[in-house]
Design a binder for this molecule. Structure first.
Ligand SMILES: Cc1cc2nc3c(=O)[nH]c(=O)nc-3n(C[C@H](O)[C@H](O)[C@H](O)COP(=O)(O)OP(=O)(O)OC[C@H]3O[C@@H](n4cnc5c(N)ncnc54)[C@H](O)[C@@H]3O)c2cc1C
Length: 317
């Protein structure tokens, strides 16, 4: 499966572009599941001004989607139509602003931000030690763990919209709830300012070590996975419902429900995105039969199914 190439037409209309464009870039190279078809165009901007220039010049009918480190994504086998934007160098600076505040580029991995905050004696960010994504994904998903969520420490973020305008959004405007924000799918968050509290570096580092040790014992952190597949329904644990429905360890081909943590799906080798999605849907059906509860996907499923109807589905949810 490949899409019509876009880069040469776009390059002609954007003579000052400094970032890198790649046609038909295989997303299985960068998703944690190691599955997924191509992005019609992958664009990696040089910096925020370059991103703004690109978006302001891009024809309005071409869809745009940011991705981070791909740790919460199930990209379908037919790939993603339009432009996928991935931030890299130019978006990963970390600056300590004062005793409690830290500004970070959204390409920075959560783990590195937790480390920088610890070094500076800023507490409140050590839960990021256990989340294998980038700050962009954390701000969009309201990533959380060990009793803290992103929205509790975020002050505001900066972003570039589809028209190429740079906007600043305070946390109150981001519509946060459990693993959810109202950030539009085509808004590219470029930096974020967090407020922690004054703390002691050694104590924070100890907390981070405890987070890391705990993860190793309860999650298949070294597998090809997308983290928690389904959100916990109010007052319930998704993993318990899945276990009670008899789904621990079941598989479709090389796609398997983890034995260690049954809210995780695993690609044991050459699974297709379709196998993982079908397995997830099978689990949802079994849980509904057993408990009457319909689980909601936490993993973001994106793109076109391999033999999808007309190949037009880009954002299914
Ligand atoms: C082993 C494992 C453990 C995990 N544990 C946790 C956990 O404890 N808690 C938790 O909350 N999550 C957890 N996750 C899920 C995942 O790590 C988080 O959701 C993370 O925040 C996703 O970040 P990412 O950079 O990988 O984003 P991606 O997976 O690449 O994208 C996720 C979403 O964010 C959007 N996005 C990414 N970057 C940007 C940007 N710059 N601007 C706007 N939107 C953007 C994408 O469009 C997509 O909608 C886990 C995943 C794994 C594999």
């Amino acid at each position: 499966m490949s899409f019509k190439t876009l880069s040469s037409d776009l390059a002609r209309h954007m003579p000052k572009l400094r970032g890198k464009m790649q046609d038909n870039f295989s997303l299985d190279r960068i998703t944690w599941f190691r599955v997924g078809g191509p992005a019609q165009l992958l664009f990696q901007p040089a910096d925020e001004a370059d991103l703004a220039y690109f978006l302001s010049s891009l024809p309005g009918d071409i869809p745009v989607l940011p991705i981070g480190l791909g740790s919460n994504l199930l990209v379908r086998d037919g790939g993603i139509e339009g432009v996928v934007i991935r931030l890299g160098r130019g978006f990963n600076d970390i600056a300590i602003l004062n005793e409690t505040d830290i500004r970070v580029g959204t390409a920075a991995p959560d783990v590195r931000v937790a480390g920088a905050a610890a070094e500076a004696g800023i507490s409140g960010l050590s839960f990021y030690r256990g989340i294998p994504g980038s700050i962009g994904g954390a701000v969009k998903m309201n990533a959380g763990a060990h009793g803290t969520e992103t929205c509790e420490i975020l002050k505001f973020c900066q972003a570039v919209n589809r028209q190429g305008e740079i906007v600043t959004l305070p946390v109150e405007e981001l519509g946060y709830s459990y693993r959810h924000s109202n950030i539009p799918d085509d808004l590219i968050v470029t930096s974020a300012v967090y407020q922690g509290a004054e703390g002691d570096s050694a104590t924070i580092r100890q907390e981070m070590q405890e987070v890391a040790d705990y993860r190793e014992t309860v999650q298949p952190v070294k597998s090809r996975t997308g983290g928690s597949t389904f959100k916990n329904p109010p007052g319930e644990s998704a993993w318990k419902l899945i276990d009670e429905a008899g789904c621990r360890g079941i598989n479709i081909g090389k796609a398997r429900v983890s034995e260690l943590h049954c809210n995780f799906l695993i690609n044991e080798g050459d699974a297709r995105a379709g196998d993982l999605e079908n397995l997830g849907e099978h689990v949802r059906m079994k849980v509904r039969e057993n408990s009457g509860i319909l689980l909601e996907w936490e993993i973001k499923r994106l793109g076109i199914p391999e033999n999808g109807p007309g190949g037009r589905r880009v954002h299914p949810e």
